[in-house]
Write a protein that binds this ligand. Structure first.
Ligand code: KMT
Ligand code: NI
Length: 176
């Protein structure tokens, strides 16, 4: 995982979009936005995921392959909705199993922070954070999706600033 400020240029979102010189964003800064991150070691992947699930009460899981093959006829529409700025009313928890991609999140100052993820990364985006996802130019990412009860992944596109989960999120990071 590596995070940095997004350059806001209009070219293909699958390109890195890193400023030059780069402005790195630390794990601590991500935490200040409520984003949690673990690096899983490849020797006992499953056990580490099981442990985090137990600690954080994630009862269910499934897998998604974000690629032309994996999503078939839904590829174009899914890719488009993943990259539309949105929030969810529950955490978005992803353990990356294969491939690479980018999660972009809005920081406290409403700037885009780009988080490059790869196999072994486990990332938790809090409920109510504005974010988006894109593949990179390798066009392939396989992830495990973890959730508590039922998946609450309906994307609510920005703006939805009056949403109670949005308001609770802003309070949790001390922005009112
Ligand atoms: C979402 O809701 O943003 C996603 O599920 C992103 C794709 S999962 C790697
Ligand atoms: Ni999302």
């Amino acid at each position: 995982m590596r995070a940095y400020l997004y350059d806001n240029l209009e070219n293909d979102c699958r390109e890195p979009h890193e400023l030059s010189p780069s402005v790195p964003v630390s794990v601590e800064e991500l935490e200040a936005s409520g984003v949690l991150y673990w690096k899983l070691k490849d020797d006992d992947f499953e056990q580490q995921i099981d442990r985090i699930c137990e600690e954080r009460n994630y009862k269910n899981r499934d897998q998604i392959t974000v690629s032309k093959e994996g999503l078939g006829a839904l590829f174009d529409s899914k890719i488009k909705s993943f990259f539309a700025e949105h929030l969810h009313e529950d955490e978005e928890i992803r353990a990356i199993l294969e491939g690479t991609g980018y999660f972009d999140i809005r920081d406290k100052n409403d700037r885009w922070v780009r988080i490059k993820v790869e196999a072994g990364d486990l990332i938790v985006l809090p409920a109510g954070i504005y974010h988006r996802f894109t593949l990179d130019t390798n066009n392939y990412l396989k992830a495990m999706r973890l959730f508590k009860e039922d998946p609450l992944w309906t994307p609510l596109n920005r703006p939805c600033d009056e949403n109670p989960h949005r308001k609770a999120y802003l309070q949790s990071i001390s922005v009112v």
